[in-house]
Design a protein around this ligand. Sequence first.
Ligand code: FES
Length: 665
Amino acid sequence: MIANSDQYEREDLVVPEQEKATVIFQPSGRRGQVDMGVTIKEASITLGVDIEGICGEKATCGKCKIRIEVGAFEKYGLESRLDSISPVKEGDRKYLNEQQIQDRYRLACQTDIIGDLVVFVPEESRTGKQVVRKAAGEITVKLKPAVRKYYVELAKASLEDTLGDFERLTEELKKKFKLTGLTIDYQALLSLQKLIRQGDWKVTVSVWQGKEIIKIEPGHVKKSYGIAVDVGTTTVAGYLCDLTSGELVATESMMNPQVVYGEDVMSRICYTMTNPKGLEQLNQTIIKGLNQLAGRAAVQAGIKRNAITDMTIVGNTCMHHLILNLDPAFIGKAPFPPALHHSLDVKARDLGIKIAPGAYIHVLPIEAGFVGADNVGVLIAEAPHRQDKMELVIDIGTNGEIILGNRHRLISSSCATGPAFEGAEIRYGMRAAPGAIEKIEIDPETKEVRYKVIGNEAWNTDEENLGTKGMCGSAIIDIVPQLFLAGIIDRTGRFKKEFDYPRYRVVDDQCEYVIAWAKETSIDQDIVICQDDVRAIQLAKAAMYAGAKIMMRTLGIDKLDKIILAGAFGSYIDKKSAALLGLFPDCDQKNVYAVGNAAGDGARMTLLNTDKRREADRMARKVEYIELTLAEDFDRVFSQAMWLPHMKDKFPNLEHLLPGKKETT
Ligand code: FES
């Protein structure tokens, strides 16, 4: 029998001799055999069932709730019993009340399987297909790709002319295109003899950086393709380009498949440290994802995947290390040194990336600490180092990255915004997926709300049930300023208790505001924003604001000329809401721009022009990294930034929108 203890330790688990258990997930019906003793979350990963989870299975997010179905399931030929799982643990009790435990709800990451099971995944715990918002922006860049194609017609070998095929090819390339000192990729060499003859001594060769033949094709092939990839913690976007014209021929995006191992970089680093095969698992997961992405982009463009002969990659320092199979443990703790700063050219096949086998992958350089290659991509795309204006570039994500400066001096830093803007740590927060509220407005008079949901054009006021499930980042940025402007919370973020209106209530000693009534949702629960949620959003925004403030002080400036909001949802963020929330210091709204995925734009520019690769290396070394937490008064600057929009700073550009001066705590 199993010990009936809440203080359950894994070692106490009595695992039956039978080695495998059959698990069936509902409503998907996905079933399979898993090892006894694995958690339901681990089983879901093995069987390809998406269960939310954003804490790396540390029982700190509470998003992975599931229900155990009990009874004899003749259809499946098994009996699902409550004693086929481990006893309730501390972690379960943090997120489930007594009633839910009675109703057989558990946290999937805390529940070990010790017998056959039927598991129900409730709607709110299903990941859903991420709506990936990483549209490609307009970029202008001179075409100078790393890979170029050359067509040559060779003299046939004969008894009088017995020159080797490679020498014959390079001599012709030298004569016709002045290419000297060429080498050849070993895989390309393996196909050389066959392809030359297949093309009747007429071939097209792809040459990388004017140095190495990486691909040979029979006959005259004009088009050449490359793909630029931005690997974000949450989303991955790929931009397939024609390297002969610079044209973007396909855009593909996907949720980062590593998400199941934890939503933020720290939980993924932690996963690699606590699981013996953690690094390998995370590396293989993203490589598989990159292969899918490249494959889908190729299908979209109507080309073969091995027609892709170049790839550039940007990503934060953690993603960078995981793609390269480098141990990220050291970037997770002070002084955060990466394995390398410099950009890297590595053969696609060495990483297991299935494009042209001889192709190289160019991984952009890392600045410092958590300021990674994605930020270098933003730099290349936005080029603050070419401007006189004092520009603040904010890349909003689980890890916020900030660049400040102009052509004279440029500094950067990263701030731990946490995953609140990505929907984590917010009770009804979720990723940008169908059913997520993306826009919220509150009427200051009636305190009534109107909202829009992804995948539906209508407002909730026009349509009764929008299938609402939660709210995503853009709504999370809307909601706090809307509560503030409507007088529901004060400048410190506290709910005002003196009002009485239907959407306000106190549950378990905590104030909350109802955004959607249960009948409007697909989860049969009221969707609320509570005091703890408001605090989590304030903490995230204060980290951004404090970072910008300390950086402005470092440069000795008190005014910003221009603000760029970049990031996966940078283009969808309401810049007025972001300003009112106090995400950044005051700036004329005319000079605040949401640019979308600047990191991806930078990756594309380096794909199309090798000078940009050199510029990226130069800039990564030139930008000065500021460690924000070393600022003596960081705590003070941070706590002042918790206020809405700030405790002391003036916002002349928002004055007309903010409540009167008397509006205080
Ligand atoms: S609580 Fe289970 S994954 Fe976070």
